[in-house]
Design a binder for this molecule. Structure first.
Ligand code: NAD
Length: 352
């Protein structure tokens, strides 16, 4: 085997541990900042207010209007809050939606970001920002988008409802699955991807048994960091393209869509990259696609696109959109095979 690769690690500074949110003030000061605007969704405003209290004189207040898909008009409103409070950094407390708002502010201003993630989506360790304007979602990459500091405190994930914990975990696992066969993968990204998958294999069934199991919560958040990091450092393929199409054009919920599609996209690619996907077969048994399907069934995660309100007619349009612009995938794709893949995911059938 010829070993050839390039490696670029993530520049994000990672702090991990139960209770670590108590260090927030130290991290704001280490960034040479003294006036942090705390961001959250309306749903997590109470937690954001507590964090703001904890920051004391280092807080510039709370902006609690973050929402799915980072609409540009919400960012405009947040920019007014940044300016009027003279904020010199942002602290994003929440899932991918809140992190997205912090990234959008940083993209416009280059303000430093501290993120305290409370789901497993992984956005906090990627230099990628997806935002929507006029119903269109566009994606940009850039160094200013990558948050400077991420504080992973598993205690803050205790309140993440079990169903969201499972779909968010499977969302993260999809980053790792595609990282295993990424064209620009490297030995470190492959190790991180396999370790991330193992962390979720261990933790998600444990959360089903007891959603406040502190060790399982820590393992899942550890998996989220690993899977998010590979999402940010190597390229994605079919799985992310299809989920982007379904979410962007049919408004299907982000984590559920990833959770349902994962066994099918992995099953689709398995024959083309058997060695690369061997870590999945080793962890989940059977074939990679069937093993992931059985795992998702075992934890009672959603398994059929039809349960998300998609119609069979939508599948025709989705397969057209997902194949209209060429992109790399280990197995060549065409409209007919993608239409069949979507049919299987719509019905929730077990991949071969
Ligand atoms: P989310 O951030 O939209 O959160 C969903 C809901 O759960 C929100 O109301 C939130 O306040 C609530 N919530 C979050 N954590 C909670 C907790 N611990 N306890 C109680 N409630 C909690 O969901 P998400 O799946 O984390 O993020 C999805 C968004 O992130 C999408 O827009 C997606 O495109 C984006 N994303 C971006 C990247 C990237 O690299 N750019 C990566 C992954 C996801």
């Amino acid at each position: 085997m010829t070993r050839t690769f390039t490696y670029r690690g993530s520049a994000a500074h990672i702090v991990f541990g139960a209770g670590k949110r108590s260090e927030i003030g130290d991290w704001v000061e280490k960034l040479s900042c003294s006036n942090a605007l705390v961001l959250s969704t309306p749903h997590q405003e109470g937690d954001a207010a507590r964090l703001s209290d904890q920051l004391g004189s280092l807080s510039a207040g709370v902006f609690a209007k973050a929402t799915m898909h980072t609409p540009v008009d919400v960012t405009d409103e947040a920019m007014e809050a940044v300016k009027s409070a003279r904020a010199d950094c942002v602290v994003s407390l929440g899932g991918g939606s809140t992190t997205g708002l912090g990234k959008a502010i940083a993209y416009r201003t280059d303000l430093p970001q501290v993120v305290i993630p409370t789901t497993y989506a992984g956005s906090e360790v990627t230099p990628i920002l997806g935002q929507t304007e006029g119903g269109r979602k566009t994606t940009v990459r850039g160094d200013s988008i990558l948050p400077e500091v991420v504080i992973y405190d598993p205690e803050l994930t205790m309140g993440l409802p079990l169903s969201m914990s499972l779909t968010s975990g499977l969302n993260a696992m999809a980053h790792a699955a595609e990282a295993l066969y990424a064209q620009d993968r490297n030995p470190v990204s492959s190790l991180m991807a396999a370790e991330g998958l193992a962390a979720f294999k261990q933790s998600l069934p444990a959360l089903v048994a007891d959603s406040s199991d502190a060790d399982a919560r820590a393992d899942a958040l550890y998996g989220a960091w690993l899977c998010g990091t590979v999402l940010g450092t190597v390229g994605m393929a079919l799985h992310h393209k299809i989920c982007h199409t379904l979410g962007g054009s049919f408004d299907t919920p982000h984590a559920e869509t990833h959770a349902i599609m994962l066994p099918h996209t992995v099953g689709f690619n398995a024959g083309a990259v058997p060695a690369e996907l061997q870590p999945i077969a080793d962890l989940f048994g059977a074939t990679p696609g069937a093993g992931l399907f059985d795992f998702s069934k075992e934890i009672s995660a959603p398994q059929a696109l039809k349960d998300l309100g998609l119609t069979e007619a939508d599948l025709d349009r989705a397969s057209e959109i997902a194949t209209e612009a060429p992109y790399w995938n280990p197995r060549p794709i065409d409209r007919v095979s993608i239409r069949q893949l979507l049919q299987d995911a719509w019905e929730g059938s077990r991949p071969a």
